[in-house]
Design a protein around this ligand. Structure first.
Ligand code: PHE
Length: 451
């Protein structure tokens, strides 16, 4: 067993895992994926899969990191060799996915920065933010890339300074603030006349609305929102303190993420129905309807500003997770590379890659197929196509690579009766249930695309 000491102190697992789980996935991605998949039945499927597939894999990834003391590429290699599994190379895929996702995640974080400045300036000037703010931004790729670069460089700064402990203090202030703001806003949005229609759409499961794509999309979103398959939790697992019980923490993190995702639906959907007259099915719609909604409120600019600042902080923490994955893997692989060089290398690649999504909204619009923008296509290919396969690799390598005694040692806490009773369920989920569901979802997706 290899203990990581370089670069890191021991962190609270909650801070790291919640910080990486909550982000644009909850507020930007989830609402439009739910909209595309017809509402209630999909939401139910998502919650079910988060608990039965996402949670077991989250625990496995954290244990993989803690056990090997390595980041995902080395960890998968080390454990995969034991069972001679070819899937051990999937760790490499995780890092590529993290890097590419970080590139468009940063572009969208840049959109959030844009709205922060707009609300700030317009509230000072006593105006409301114009409805076409997003359109103006989308037509200005240079501005999009500039904002995205600011985001990447701020992340780099934090990663290089290693001031995560500073973030811990921030999080303690920001999290309750965000929660209060969300609750206040939800009360406001639920008072809109569209609420009845929205609640029916979101919570009345009409299974006929599900398509052949829904299973895979629900799973893929579970992986995205819980940061699974990216290697982030493997890296974080290698940093966590010895005294923490991984399964308990995994359960709490999953529950927090589910609650925030459901709250995000309650916030975004009434506004979408009200403003656009339909559910959200398009990734940029959140950025259209929410600002218009804030502008229509009394002291709306303050709400708007508060909301986008909190959203940015969530996106920022999540980006740190993606960034840290890439940096720690480069560091594990090239031992003589300092953290600084690894950080700059990751930032450089990301800055170049982000040119594609940033310019896609203006120059590269000819790439757009089936009314989908390039960002949506990239997201769909990586998250729906590649991520489930990586998650499958994690399940199989973990199940076959670790001995029963090793798994039990990390999972079972004799003081906690629940951990003892859940242990066989967890093993079953990783070995059979999750791989089976992932494969089924993926095959249905491919079938749907070829049909
Ligand atoms: N879970 C984050 C979100 O929901 C995205 C993310 C994925 C962050 C992987 C870190 C690592 O927005």
């Amino acid at each position: 067993m290899n203990r990581r000491s370089k670069w890191s102190t021991r962190y609270s697992i909650y801070l790291l895992a919640i910080g990486s789980a909550l982000g644009l996935g909850n507020l930007w991605r989830f609402p439009y994926v739910v909209g595309e998949n017809g509402g209630g039945a999909f939401v139910l499927l998502y919650v079910f899969l988060a608990l039965t597939v996402g949670l077991p894999i989250m625990i496995a990834e954290l244990i993989l990191g803690r056990f090997t003391g390595q980041s995902v590429v080395m960890a998968m290699n080390q454990i995969g060799k034991r069972s001679n599994s070819k899937m051990r190379h999937f760790g490499f895929l995780s890092v590529i996915v993290s890097l590419v996702v970080l590139s468009y995640y940063s572009v969208i974080s840049g959109w959030v920065l844009h709205f922060i400045t707009r609300f700030f300036i317009d509230s000072l000037a006593g105006r409301s933010v114009p409805d076409d703010s997003l359109q103006i931004l989308l037509q200005n790729s240079v501005l999009q890339w500039a904002l995205c670069s600011v985001h990447i460089l701020v992340c780099l700064f934090v990663i290089l300074k290693g001031i995560q402990q500073g973030i811990e203090k921030w999080l303690q202030i920001i999290t309750p603030l965000f929660a209060v703001l969300m609750v206040v806003l939800i009360f406001r949005t639920l008072a809109l006349p569209s609420t009845g229609q929205v609640l029916r759409f979101l919570f009345y499961p009409d299974f006929s609305k599900l398509t052949v794509f829904s299973l895979n999309q629900a799973l893929a979103h579970v992986f995205f929102t819980l940061s699974l398959g990216f290697g982030t939790l493997v890296t974080y697992g290698s940093y966590i303190r010895e005294d923490q019980h991984v399964p308990t923490a995994g359960f709490r993190v999953t529950m927090v993420d589910i609650v925030v995702s459901l709250a995000a639906l309650l916030l975004v959907f009434p506004v979408a129905f009200q403003m656009a007259g339909r559910p959200l099915t398009d990734p940029s719609l959140v950025f259209q309807v929410l600002p218009s909604f804030f502008s229509s409120l009394q002291v709306g600019s303050i709400f708007g500003l508060g909301f986008f600042v909190c959203l940015y902080l969530a996106a920022f923490n999540a980006s740190l997770g993606l960034f840290e994955t890439v940096v720690s893997n480069i560091g594990d692989h090239f031992k003589n590379f300092g953290r600084k060089k690894a950080g700059w290398l990751a930032a450089g690649i990301c800055l170049i890659l982000s040119l594609i999504p940033a310019f896609s909204t203006q120059i590269m619009s000819f790439f757009e197929g089936e009314n989908k923008g390039l960002i949506e296509l990239m997201d769909s290919f990586l998250i729906n196509g590649i991520l489930p396969l990586v998650a499958l690799g994690v399940c199989l390598i973990f199940s076959r690579g670790l001995t029963s005694a090793e798994k039990e040692k990390h999972f079972v806490d004799k003081q906690k009766f629940v951990s003892y009773t859940m242990y066989p369920q967890w093993l079953f989920a990783l070995k059979w249930f999750a791989p089976g569901v992932i494969l089924l979802g993926w095959i249905l997706q491919v079938y749907g695309l070829l049909k």
